[in-house]
Design a protein around this ligand. Sequence first.
Ligand SMILES: Nc1ncnc2c1ncn2[C@@H]1O[C@H](COP(=O)(O)OP(=O)(O)OP(=O)(O)O)[C@@H](O)[C@H]1O
Length: 232
Amino acid sequence: MPTPPTPVITVHDAAKTYTTPAGDFPALRDVSLTVAPGEFVTVTGRSGSGKSTLLNLLAGIDRPTSGSVVIAGTDVHTLPESRLSSWRGRTIGMVFQFFQLLPTLTIAENVMLPMDFCATRPPRERHPHALHLLDTVGIADHADKLPAALSGGQQQRAAIARALANNPPVLLADEPTGNLDSATADMILELFTAQADTGTAIVMVTHERDLSTWAHRQIHLADGRIAHQDTP
Ligand SMILES: Nc1ncnc2c1ncn2[C@@H]1O[C@H](COP(=O)(O)OP(=O)(O)OP(=O)(O)O)[C@@H](O)[C@H]1O
């Protein structure tokens, strides 16, 4: 039997309780999961089931009330606040529903931002690397345009190139196809599949229930717990 790969994401017994004026609200409970390098996992569930809360814990944006989140060997929530954003910039790529490109920077400049922020490459290599990434996602011709000149699908490709700028082991996506027509959405999902094939672990929150054509595993949340996991 081959040894299973060491997970790049390990969530152990994580819980997140929000304290509100109306009392404590358990948004996540008893969540344990692992994701291996190269795995493409979707997280589905009704509105309010805890999908974004889980993604925020994985990104180190929020801390669990109890339990642990270990990403690429780092227990995320033991990192001091001062090291968290640089850790995130090197370890996590993030893709959002509304792309979140900076409107006054060109597409290439947007893709260079994570490299500038983390100084992961010497300055002279950053623009060529941005062009290489834009080529990989099929929009190198648009490198010098502003985001507003691109279609939604092209902007999402640029956002994916930016997310991959520092070659992170983990890509987190929050409804990345939610603002795209279905043909464009399929192209974005194909890009994710191809990226997973290179060894990146991908966790994607989505409202679409069945993405078995693309995802290796589908995790379904209900009331803050993992209700079931399907492996197509
Ligand atoms: N900062 C907060 N303070 C209090 N309650 C919160 C906070 N953030 C989220 N919640 C509650 O936690 C629950 C889970 O929220 P979460 O955003 O994770 O759900 P979701 O599954 O991502 O929903 P959607 O699909 O609508 O984005 C919800 O009931 C929400 O109201």
